[in-house]
Design a binder for this molecule. Structure first.
Ligand SMILES: Cc1ncc(COP(=O)(O)O)c(C=O)c1O
Length: 343
C-alpha cells in the first residue's frame, strides 16, 4: 500500500494499454497520466526543481517562473505548493481553461499571452519570461527548453521503466515538445543492449525538425522555435501528424473508453501509420502517452470546437457505442509525412 506525504511522491510508471484490438497493430501505450500532476511533466518538473535546489538557485524568497503550454505548469504548481515556493506560469491563449484553473487552484499565478510574436506564441512567451527575469532578481527560470535535467528525468526514469518491461523492445514512438522525453529515452536506448528504432512524432506545422511553420491548436507537441535540447543524431525517423488525424484518433480511443490527451492521439496516429507501413515485421513497439483527456473536454472532445477549426468532415460519422462499434475501422491517417533523421 503506497502511503505518501507529498503529492510528487506518487507516480504510476508501469501501466500500458495494448492497442492491438483497437487499431489492428500491436502497440503498447505507456500511460504517464496517473500521478497528482496528471502528466509526464511531473518527472521533468521534479528533476529540474531538485537540481536548482542542489545548486543553491532556489531559496525561500525565489519566485519560480516558466513558459508552459500547461502540463509543466501544473506539475510545477503542484511541487511549488508542496515545497512552499511561489510560481508564475507564462502560457498562451491555446492553454486549456481547465489547465489554467488547475494552476490557480494550486496557488500559482498565470500570465496568458494573447498575441503571437515574430516566432509565434512560444517566442512571445519566452520574451515575457526574459523581461520578468531581467526586472526582478527573485525570479528563477528553470527553462525547460534548454535545461538538461528535463531530458535526464526521462533518461533516469521513463526509459529504464520501459526497458524493464520490454527487454525485446524494437521501436519506440515519442512525441516531441521540448524534446525532453525524446532525448532522454533516445540517449538511454542508444546505450542499451540492443538497437531500438527511435521514432519522433511531431505535429504538422511544427518547426522542431525543420519545415514551414503552420497553425497548431493542440498544446503539448510541436514548437514554433527549434528546442535547444534536440540532437537529431539520436533520432532515427520523424513522423509529422496532421491535427485532424490527432482528433480522429483521440475520438477513436475515447469511443473504446480510453480518454487520452491530444498528444497521445498524435503519437498513436503516427505510430499506427508507421506500423501499417511495416507489415510483417511484428516489432515490439511502445509509444508514450503523456497525459489523459479531461483537460481537453472543451477542445478536442467538444464537437463545436472541432468543427469550427477542422471542418464538418473531421468526425464524419458519430461512431456507435453499441457492441457493433467494436468492428468499426480505426481512423486511417491521411496526410502523414515522414522523414529520416541521421543516426
Ligand atoms: C501533453 C503533452 N504531450 C507531450 C509533451 C511533450 O513532452 P516533451 O516536452 O518532453 O517533449 C508535453 C510537454 O509539455 C505535454 O504536456
Amino acid at each position: 500500500m503506497p502511503v505518501i506525504s507529498t503529492p510528487q511522491a506518487f507516480n504510476e510508471d508501469d501501466l500500458y494499454v495494448d492497442l492491438e484490438a483497437m487499431f489492428g497493430h500491436s502497440l503498447f501505450l505507456k500511460c504517464e497520466g496517473f500521478n497528482f500532476a496528471g502528466s509526464i511533466k511531473l518527472k521533468a518538473a521534479g528533476e529540474m526543481i531538485e537540481a536548482a535546489e542542489r545548486d543553491g538557485l532556489l531559496t525561500k524568497d525565489s519566485i519560480l517562473i516558466e513558459s508552459s503550454s500547461g502540463n509543466l505548469g501544473v506539475a510545477l504548481s503542484m511541487i511549488a505548493a508542496s515545497k512552499g515556493y511561489r510560481f508564475l506560469c507564462v502560457t498562451d491563449s491555446r492553454c486549456n481553461l481547465s489547465t489554467r484553473l488547475l494552476m490557480e487552484a494550486l496557488g500559482s499565478q498565470v500570465h496568458v499571452i494573447t498575441e503571437p510574436g515574430e516566432s509565434g506564441f512560444l517566442g512571445a512567451r519566452i520574451d515575457h519570461v526574459r523581461a520578468r527575469v531581467a526586472s526582478d532578481e527573485r525570479y528563477v527560470w528553470l527553462n525547460q527548453y534548454a535545461n538538461p535535467h528535463n531530458h535526464l528525468a526521462h533518461y533516469r526514469r521513463t526509459a529504464p521503466a520501459i526497458a524493464r518491461q520490454f527487454p525485446d523492445l524494437d521501436v519506440l514512438f515519442v512525441g516531441a515538445g521540448t524534446t525532453g522525453t525524446l532525448m532522454g529515452c533516445a540517449r538511454y536506448f542508444r546505450e542499451w543492449h540492443r538497437p531500438v528504432h527511435i521514432v519522433a512524432v511531431d505535429s504538422a506545422g511544427s518547426v522542431t525538425f525543420g519545415g514551414p511553420t503552420g497553425r497548431r491548436m493542440i498544446p503539448g507537441l510541436g514548437t514554433s522555435v527549434r528546442p535547444p535540447l534536440l540532437d537529431t543524431s539520436y533520432v532515427d525517423e520523424v513522423i509529422r501528424v496532421e491535427e485532424a488525424d490527432t482528433i480522429r484518433t483521440c475520438h477513436h480511443l475515447a469511443r473504446r473508453g480510453f480518454l487520452f490527451g491530444g498528444s497521445t492521439g498524435t503519437v498513436v496516429s503516427g505510430a499506427m501509420n508507421w506500423l501499417a507501413r511495416h507489415p510483417g515485421d511484428s516489432p515490439t513497439a511502445v509509444a508514450i502517452a503523456p497525459d489523459l483527456g479531461e483537460r481537453y473536454l472543451e477542445t478536442i472532445y467538444q464537437t463545436n470546437w472541432v468543427q469550427d477549426l477542422y471542418g464538418d468532415d473531421v468526425l464524419p460519422h458519430q461512431q456507435p457505442t453499441t457492441p457493433a462499434a467494436r468492428t468499426a475501422p480505426a481512423p486511417s491517417p491521411r496526410a502523414t509525412a515522414s522523414s529520416t533523421a541521421g543516426r
